[in-house]
Design a protein around this ligand. Structure first.
Ligand SMILES: C[S@@+](CC[C@H](N)C(=O)[O-])C[C@H]1O[C@@H](n2cnc3c(N)ncnc32)[C@H](O)[C@@H]1O
Length: 256
């Protein structure tokens, strides 16, 4: 591993943010501003592939979700689609599943959806992913879908996930990637130009949809993310590309 990697804080940097606190504030305000239209925009801009990605991610953790006593945290849950996908995979098992996010407006929408079905207990909590209000070693599974990339400090985010996971507990981070080749080129044109234009038009808010491609560009590539995961106490770290690497799932097992 590159020793310099430890010396710089790597995380989201929305326009105008100068430190961790202002970056987090800007991210929270941004998601709060698009909360009313978030689901619609998500499905339109991803052509509904996001549903497949949440389902695949949830399915990867079947073994934990089917355990009746399991405790599951979906970090940066937003309007709850990843959380609901986890709950659906639990089937008739009865794990406790919590969705956490620091945007009240996003959580309100998640709670309003309150899908029925499955024996899992579902709850929502307003919390910052870098300062979680949970004791050490509390959860068996922590997931995060398209949220981790927005943290102002990725290593601090990984450390906090490791802290709240029980030894042997698993972590699953689903986020965007940058596919290579010809498809990568076409995708970048869509992601950098078409998506921000449509996003701004539909949400009526300028900014968030320009931030999105910039944040994906800043996000460490898979080999670096895996290295950071190993350094923060995860073993069996792996990355599985979804849809040619447009998205992908990072997995790791908490040491100990
Ligand atoms: C792109 S949305 C993803 C929402 C949902 N997981 C999904 O897949 O649709 C990112 C979410 O991360 C939340 N978020 C970003 N940084 C956070 C932090 N430090 N603590 C808690 N939530 C955060 C935002 O409020 C937003 O709701």
């Amino acid at each position: 591993m590159n020793p310099e990697m430890n010396q710089r804080i790597v995380g989201a940097a929305p326009a105008g943010a100068s430190d961790r606190e202002s970056a987090a504030r800007a991210v929270r305000e941004m998601f709060t501003s698009i909360a009313p239209r978030y689901d619609l925009l998500n499905h339109v801009l991803s052509f509904n592939i996001d549903r497949l990605w949440w389902w695949r991610t949830a399915r990867s953790f079947d073994a934990i979700l089917k355990r009746p006593e399991a405790r599951v945290l979906d970090l940066c849950c937003g309007t709850g689609d990843m959380t609901f996908a986890l709950r659906r995979r639990a089937g008739s098992a009865t794990p406790q599943i919590l969705g956490a996010d620091f945007s009240h407006a996003m959580l309100q929408r998640a709670a309003a959806k309150a899908e029925k079905g499955s024996g899992a207990t579902l709850g929502w909590i307003e919390a910052d992913a870098l300062r979680l209000p949970f004791p050490d070693e509390h959860f068996n599974l922590v997931t995060s879908a398209f949220g981790f990339r927005n943290l102002a400090d990725y290593d601090a985010g990984l450390r906090e996930i490791a802290r709240v996971l029980a030894p042997g507990g698993e972590c699953g981070i689903l986020d965007f990637g940058e596919p290579g080749g010809l498809l990568g080129h076409a995708y970048r044109v869509y992601f950098k130009h078409v998506l921000p234009a449509i996003g701004t038009m539909l949400s009526g808010v300028r900014g968030p949809y320009a931030y999105l491609p910039a944040s994906v560009e800043r996000f460490p590539p898979p080999d670096e993310m895996l290295s950071r995961m190993r350094q923060t106490g995860f073993r069996e770290a792996s990355w599985t590309p979804y849809t040619f690497g447009i998205a992908g799932l990072y997995r790791g097992v908490r040491n100990g």
